[in-house]
Design a protein around this ligand. Structure first.
Ligand code: GLU
Length: 500
């Protein structure tokens, strides 16, 4: 696909957990690299000290590993084109800035933030969009340095050539930014740190990046990047801007949605990769779902393993239309993937879910967890399994009997449910084999002896041990709970029966 070795990068800023939009960007980079035997680089863009969030890097790396997006070069891995943290490359950016200043392609700009604000204010008052006007005459390098030495907030700006710039985008085709819209933008801030644009361009060159694949939110940055590449005598990588991801209601998926939901007392929606992990999704399902946010196979197939995606992926099949984040569809994918991955993988992923949630279910051994998983039919997320197992981790005297359940299942027909419970308690007390099959056989015998249906026995039992009418299949619920707790709960339930 390209003459030069294919090298792509994912370049997150450490501002928190990995957003699902970022995960889609990683995935497309990863797939392209794997498809063409290229290199997938991870670069941490940590030049904005104000936005830096503690521990973000560790969190992002962890989310990437969970998704299976293993990088070839970058943090922890190293590589020939490091450092892979921009904060460790300041000398490189300084050298490039000095070169641009010397060659007259950039200049020191001396306006204070207050002066710039006043210019913006004037533009607003005159109802025109603000564009920085290049000073005439330009401050010389010596003047700029003297001002800096005197403590003024001095920045460095790139001198635009006054020509329009066209991005040849692999997805969108040619996109031209007219010269009037391209201002002399800041490349080095007054604190001496490079801006995102500057560090990004220097590093894409330094790391020999062949393809820049990123979200369409960055499209308007690309002409600036091309201008910088030209000024510095760098190559221009190939660009592909991916469709924007929207919620179904047409709003953008933002971390703020979570805060808003919390304020309104709603369950916050999953927005970051970590949220989906905590909610009990399989990475296999999330990857499959994210792949279809902008890419399609060209046929009817929608279910793909990561390997299949590697085989099928191409930038040619990335569309231009906005992608829709359909949570119901993701849930359907997850349900299918849970049924598909096999017991060993399901157990491994379930243990990860319990670990990230620090769930009390962690106290159970693998055999018990496997039984819990097997007992939960049609499981949609691991959260469902955890909810269904909550009765196992409470103390026997903590079971809260839902009044509805008691009325419907135990008190109805003059307390028929209580009568059944008392009878079955005798049988259970005598039972030694506590495996599900043996318990099931016992319950069937009880039904036959008393001309009852399985539901007539199972429901009172369920209410007695869980307080509700829902639990895994009754023989599994009893077996998982154990004989002592089962009998204790039934006794307690019988003792709580209101006289009458
Ligand atoms: N650090 C930028 C971001 O997190 C990377 C953009 C790019 O890929 O160039 O959005």
């Amino acid at each position: 696909m390209s003459e030069v070795p294919l090298r792509v990068r994912f370049a997150p800023s450490p501002t928190g957990y990995l957003h699902v939009g970022g995960a889609r960007t990683v995935l497309f980079n990863f797939l392209l690299a794997r498809r063409h035997g290229g290199t997938f680089i991870l670069r941490i863009e940590d030049t904005d000290q104000d936005r830096h969030v503690e521990d973000s890097v560790a969190k992002i790396l962890d989310d990437l590993r969970w998704l299976g997006m293993n990088w070839d070069e970058g943090p922890e891995k190293g590589g020939h084109f490091g450092p892979y943290f921009q904060s460790a490359c300041l000398d490189e950016y300084r050298a490039c800035a000095a070169h641009l200043l010397q060659s007259g392609r950039a200049y020191y700009a001396l306006e204070t933030p207050a002066e710039l604000d006043a210019m913006r204010e004037r533009a607003r008052a005159e109802k025109r969009s603000f564009k920085y006007v290049r000073p005439d005459p330009l401050p010389t390098v010596a003047q700029g340095e003297a001002a800096k030495a005197a403590g003024r907030p001095v920045v460095i700006r790139l001198k635009m050539t006054g020509e329009p710039i066209t991005v040849h985008d692999e997805v969108l085709g040619d996109v031209t930014m007219p010269a009037e819209e391209l201002e002399d933008f800041v490349i080095v801030k007054s604190d001496g740190w490079p801006t995102y644009h500057f560090a990004c361009v220097v590093d894409d060159e330094r790391m020999r990046v062949s393809h820049v694949i990123r979200a369409q939110e960055h499209l308007m940055n690309t002409p600036k990047h091309i201008a910088l590449q030209r000024a510095l005598g760098f190559r221009t990588p190939r660009y592909a801007h991916l469709p924007i991801i929207f919620n179904l209601d047409g709003t953008k998926m933002s971390k703020r949605d979570k805060e808003k939901a919390i304020r309104q007392g709603r369950k916050p929606p999953e927005i970051e990769v970590h949220d989906f992990r905590v909610s009990g999704y399989l990475p296999e399902a999330l990857i499959n779902f994210l792949a279809l946010l902008g890419w399609s196979s060209g046929d009817d197939q929608e279910r793909f393993t990561l390997d299949e995606l590697v085989q099928r992926f191409s930038l040619e099949r990335v569309g231009r239309t906005n992608a829709r984040f359909d949570r119901e569809k993701l849930l359907a994918f997850n349900t299918e993937w849970c049924a598909r991955v096999g017991p060993a993988r399901l157990l491994e992923a379930f243990k990860d879910f319990l670990a990230v949630n620090q769930s009390p279910l962690l106290k159970f051994d693998e055999a018990t967890l496997t039984r819990l998983l097997a007992a939960k039919k049609g499981l949609r997320t691991f959260r469902d399994v955890e909810d269904s197992a909550r009765f196992l981790i409470i103390k026997d005297d903590e079971v809260i009997y839902a009044p509805d359940a008691v009325r419907k299942v135990l008190e109805k027909n003059e307390g028929a449910g209580y009568v059944t419970l008392a009878a079955i308690l005798t049988d259970l007390d005598a039972q030694t084999d506590w495996l599900p099959e043996a318990l099931h056989a016992l319950l069937e015998r009880t039904c036959a002896a008393r001309s009852l249906k399985m539901g007539d026995v199972a429901q009172p039992l369920r209410v007695a041990i869980t307080g509700t009418t829902v639990s895994p299949p009754i023989q599994d619920s009893l077996s998982l709970l154990g004989k002592a707790a089962t009998c204790a709960r039934i006794r307690r339930c019988l003792s709580l029966r209101a006289p009458g």
